[in-house]
Design a binder for this molecule. Structure first.
Ligand code: MIC
Ligand code: SF4
Length: 646
């Protein structure tokens, strides 16, 4: 039987398990990346493992999220990560160099390799034909140390593209269409491969926009073949020698096939507050807007920026609009400036921001009260922008630029003819903001510099025989990690300070959550479907651990968060009968009797509702390794007990 592209790469990297969907596999990891908001924790964990230097082919530590530096905290964290990188053999990408995923695509990604990153949009690398997966910081730390990365063998979905995009219709519209079809939970347990004649019309940055937002589908990752287009992109980056061809076998078998005719697509937008709440721009109509933000790891490539510049050239943005532009990398900014396109953007009235995540993670540029903001980003979760009542619409760069001029949501096709965009044959290569690690001899003398904001991470205890605690919080479907552990300019600087962060946990759902947990000392969380979608931030598990959460009982879970819970020693479990969700009320006293025995014997788990005098059956899907982790109280305890092996 033939293999898909993803199956081929997985086969080449399989260390343990078999390629049977739904079972656990362990993969050899060639490359890792971290960003600063998850990186501090990942390097603290790496240091706790006591390994001298990274064992991967390439590991890069990027600084791109926390670049506001309103106090000493961010700068201290940067210095900590920089010193770890220097000592432990990693490349260090300094603040200002750009967003991790954009830079990794430009400078480091290699078709056929495996990459895990402590950021959920790591699948951006799939645009180059990599297996690139987002994971928790601890999983990345383990991979840096040479350990396997464990995940569930996914099913294979083929999205077959035919036709070609019409003018003013964008790669963003393709992935919004996939989101419309599959929903934010439609990709869970799957790898999405793109194929068909249509892919030949898409450049690598366009492909990367699509694989980037595969994270919003909940997919394990997304991938394109590596073909002549990939080769051309890598040659333009001076990296042609790293190129290899990769395609699926003609008789490869997919579990599911979705057909999209690119010629039929029109500009789309994801409406508040979910990336799958997609309608055509035409259907939504000319709603008034107050802000347009162009950038983020989804749409900040040179190609995106040149399209925006061409639309803005000689025009003026509407008086009611604030337009921000964050180029994805220093390379993009450099080339924009040399080509003169930057002047076209600035001349129209745009505000130029740093090459960083910026407004995407609420680091500045929060919209006005009840404001409508169009963003070329990938997430529009409620409150993520920093303004609780703002409405965020996710759109393409073309729609964003056209709307900034008009002052209302505007179908860019009304602009007439799309100016032709000429991409250069080669990019300006300047790696001045990438620092090399110390030599083997010098590494021993490098001191790791800890700032006062870095507090120890919480330790979990082995699973007790039975647990009795309150249902301290009950939430609905599609709870995101932004609900669990919000980010934004006021909170993000404290990513290395779990005790302080805990005050903000679940604030949007229940402002008394942290206080209640501290009063009770322990608790259970009851959730709906797709609990924990979104970010890879392990803080969404570590903070609940700190607050005494013992188990999350939900209808279903998102992949990365579920793995992070197990790593932290918190049990994710599902209702055998989803209707039991309705029977539990916040505040009910619940008991998991003989839970240690049940997990040890892989037995069934019962949950007793002492308040209602009822009993429910719970399911869990742990591999043997995960069961051992739960019993030990998380991955760190398990690794210690296991003589350093994960
Ligand atoms: C995000 O887009 O939510 C982030 C910020 O990039 C996160 C990582 C984090 O929380 O630090 C992600 O997507 O994993
Ligand atoms: Fe940064 Fe936004 Fe991309 Fe997350 S989604 S990595 S915050 S640009």
């Amino acid at each position: 039987m033939g293999l898909t592209i993803a199956q081929k790469i997985i086969k080449n990297h399989l260390v343990s398990g078999e390629m049977i969907p739904g079972t656990e596999i362990g993969l050899r990891i060639d490359q890792t990346l971290t960003q600063d908001a998850t990186g501090t924790m990942a390097y603290l964990e790496f240091e706790a493992m006591g390994i001298d230097s990274v064992k991967t082919e390439l590991s890069v530590a990027y600084i791109d999220h926390n670049t506001l530096q309103t106090g000493f905290e961010n700068a201290d964290d940067h210095r900590f990560i920089q010193s770890c990188a220097k000592k432990r053999g990693l490349l260090f990408s300094k603040p200002g160099n750009g967003i991790c995923h954009q830079i990794h695509l430009e400078r480091f990604g290699i078709p056929g390799k495996t990459l895990i990153g402590s950021d959920s949009h790591t699948p951006t690398g799939g645009g180059l034909g990599m297996i690139a997966i987002g994971a928790g910081g601890l999983d990345v730390a383990v991979a840096m140390g040479g350990g396997e990365y464990f995940t569930t063998m996914p099913k294979m979905t083929l999205v077959r593209l035919s036709g070609a995009l019409r003018p003013f219709v964008s790669a963003k519209d393709i992935i919004l269409e996939v989101l419309r079809i599959m929903s934010v939970k439609g990709g869970v347990g799957k790898i999405i491969e793109y194929g068909g004649e249509g892919i030949k019309t898409l450049s690598v940055p366009e492909r990367a926009t699509i694989t980037n937002m595969g994270a919003e589908l909940g997919a394990t990752t997304s991938i394109f073949p590596s073909d002549e287009i990939t080769k051309k992109f890598m040659a333009a980056q001076g990296r042609e020698n790293d190129w290899v061809e990769l395609s699926s076998d003609a008789d490869a078998v997919y579990d599911e096939i979705i057909e999209i005719n690119l010629s039929e697509l029109t500009p789309l937008a994801a409406m508040p507050h979910m990336p799958d709440n997609v309608k055509t721009v035409e259907e939504i109509g000319n709603i008034e807007i107050s802000q347009v933000c162009i950038g983020s790891c989804t749409n900040s490539s040179l190609y995106d920026m040149l399209k925006v510049a061409a639309i803005l050239k000689g025009k003026k943005i509407a008086p009611n609009v604030s337009l921000t532009i964050s180029p994805g990398s220093m390379q993009v900014l450099n080339m924009l400036s040399l080509s003169g396109a930057l002047s076209d953007i600035l001349g129209a009235g745009a505000r130029l921001l740093e090459c960083a995540c910026g407004p995407c993670i609420g680091m500045g540029q929060s919209p006005q009260s009840k404001g409508v903001s169009l963003r070329t980003f990938n997430r529009n979760f409620e409150g993520r922008s920093g303004t609780a009542d703002a409405g965020i619409y996710l759109v393409s760069p073309e729609t964003a630029a056209a709307s900034a001029i008009a002052g209302c949501l505007t179908d860019p096709r009304t602009l007439g003819e799309m100016p032709e965009i000429k991409m250069p044959d080669s990019f300006i290569i300047n790696d001045n903001l990438i620092e090399k690690p110390a030599s083997k001899e010098d590494a021993a003398g490098v001191e790791i510099k800890y700032g006062p904001n870095i507090k120890p991470f919480p330790v979990s205890v082995p699973l007790p025989d039975s647990i009795e605690a309150k249902a301290i919080l009950k939430v609905g479907d599609n709870i995101t990690t932004d609900h669990i552990m919000p980010a934004g300019a006021k909170i993000l600087p404290y990513r290395s300070n779990i005790p302080y962060l805990s005050n903000f946990c679940f604030r949007q759902c229940d402002e008394n959550f942290a206080e209640n947990c501290k009063k009770e000392g322990k608790g259970f969380i009851i959730g709906g479907t797709n609990y924990g979608q979104g970010s890879s931030r392990e803080h969404a598990a570590l903070v609940p651990l700190y607050l005494g959460i013992k188990a999350v009982i939900a209808k279903s879970f998102a992949r990365i968060h579920c793995a992070n819970l197990v790593n932290a020693g918190i049990m994710p479990m599902t209702f055998a009968d989803p209707a039991d969700y309705d029977r539990i009320e916040q505040g009910d006293v619940l008991e998991l009797p003989d839970i240690r025995k049940a997990i040890t014997d892989s037995g069934s788990v019962k949950l007793i509702n002492k308040t209602k005098n009822e009993e429910y059956k719970l399911n869990y899907e742990y591999s043997d390794r995960q069961r051992a982790m739960i019993l030990a109280g998380g991955l760190l305890n398990y690794t210690k007990a296991n003589g350093g092996n994960n």
